[in-house]
Ligand binder design. Structure first.
Ligand code: GUN
Ligand code: ZN
Length: 427
């Protein structure tokens, strides 16, 4: 079995830093990560690990920062080719840009092409796990899981289900959504590093019958994740109120049909009412913050610290292509900016945690991915903290790791990603 030792600065967490980050954050300016059999076998002082493992193949990254690979907890791989489409807010954006593009995934060759392109772009940006919506076409799910398997990437994905308020070419039915989702789940869930997520797009595009069918499927497979959208934009929320007059609130349109649970992932969750927050906290569900999307589509300011104070798990995500970047660095920067607009300056430790361990915990994969610790997958991202002249001149002034890292968080992109390792193999 090959043994690799990576040397560089390391940054790890022994707890959630959204409260006090000092005690749970561990930085080593001369650290090392030992990799065996695709997993992290040790994290510690680089020189000591080198002395203890003379047989290891050594890669010395100098001052670069070895971090867990980034984990994108909500994105749409079928929207890769239409990222940065101009001038619309959510519902118009879906109808004008998104649905026509997603219709193209009836063509399996196109789906294969975009799945491969998306995963390669993700890796180039240091992202080693994606949680993706696919399209209504079952083959779009096969394309994504197949492309991820080729790269040995841990991914979460599911067939997007819609049986109303979408073009004919993008509508299934309650029964076909159940049948197709079940067949895909049986085929992919747990195969290699693939995880299936039951995926109603959002309640405006599903009838109550479809939501109930997917709720029943989830009850039959409670170990699966369920991903959807919640309370992203005011006109969307008003539309949900019209479509579901009996519902107490937006979350209730899921809850009433068995689609609220601890493995639920609720993307956006910006305009939550008190009852919704209470219920998310009670059941232990996770919300996913998509900050570049929230500014790009004009949605609003997510209350990260308010929800964290309620112990609600929070993932961080690009929401490609509503989000405007494939980069989780850019995503952290947007989270910082939204935090500032809400009166909280997120610390670099908190931002890095959200993009790695926080997302992993939202996905119920804490300790397996996104974690710089023994037994976690050796899915790693090596960050150059002086990747452009602008960043280099700023980090040269830094007085500690946070001051050195923050310019890369705010101004970095794929040029900051020196190397990416997936399951112990350099890509
Ligand atoms: N709500 C329903 N579908 C979508 C989508 O594709 N992107 C975003 N941002 N919000 C949605
Ligand atoms: Zn989304």
């Amino acid at each position: 079995m090959s043994i690799h030792l990576l040397l560089g600065q390391t940054l790890g967490f022994s707890g959630n830093p959204l409260g006090d980050w000092h005690d749970v954050t561990h930085h080593d300016s001369a650290g090392g990560v030992l990799i065996k059999g695709g997993l992290i076998a040790a994290v510690g002082n680089g020189a000591a690990l080198r002395a203890a493992h003379p047989d290891a193949t050594v890669t010395d990254y100098g001052d670069a920062l070895i971090s867990p690979g980034f984990i994108d907890a909500h994105m749409h791989y079928p929207q890769t080719a239409m990222i940065a489409s101009w001038g619309k807010q959510l519902i118009d954006w879906l109808n004008t840009y998104t649905f026509p593009e997603e219709s193209r995934f009836a063509d399996r060759a196109y789906a294969d092409d975009i799945a491969a392109r998306t995963l390669d772009l993700a890796l180039a940006h240091g992202t080693t796990t994606l949680t993706s919506f696919c399209t209504i076409h079952p083959a779009s799910v096969d394309a994504f899981f197949g492309a991820a398997a080729t790269r040995n990437m841990a991914v979460i994905a599911g067939k997007t289900c819609m049986d109303r308020n979408a073009p004919d070419t993008l509508r299934d039915t309650a029964q076909s959504a159940y049948d197709d989702s079940k067949a895909l789940l049986d085929k992919w869930h747990g195969l290699g590093r693939a995880h299936y997520a039951i995926t109603p797009r959002f309640s405006p595009t599903s009838t109550p019958d479809q939501l109930a069918a997917l709720g029943a499927l989830w009850a039959e497979h409670p170990d699966c994740l369920m991903q959807t959208h919640l309370s992203e934009q005011q006109p969307e929320i008003a539309w949900v109120r019209e479509l579901f007059p009996q519902a107490r609130d937006y979350l209730d349109t899921y809850e009433a049909f068995g689609l609220l649970g601890p493995r639920g992932l609720y993307g956006h969750s910006i305009y939550l009412e008190d009852r919704e927050i209470d219920r998310l906290a009670e059941v232990g569900a996770a919300v996913v913050h998509c900050p570049t999307s929230n500014t790009f589509i004009g949605s609003g300011l997510f209350d990260l610290m308010g929800l964290a104070a309620r112990q609600i798990r929070i993932g961080l995500a690009t929401d490609t292509g509503g989000g405007s970047s494939f980069s989780m660095l850019r995503t952290m920067a947007a989270a910082y900016e939204i935090g500032q607009l809400r009166g909280t300056a997120l610390h670099p430790a908190q931002l890095m945690w959200l993009a790695t361990e926080g997302s992993a915990q939202a996905l119920h994969m804490g300790g397996q991915i996104g974690h710089l610790g023994v037994g976690a997958a050796a899915d790693l991202c090596v960050l150059d903290l002086a990747s452009t002249p602008a960043i280099a001149q700023r980090s040269a002034q830094a007085h500690d790791i946070w001051d050195a890292l923050f310019p890369t968080i705010m101004m970095g992109d794929d040029r900051a990603v020196r190397d990416v390792w997936v399951a112990g193999i350099k890509r």
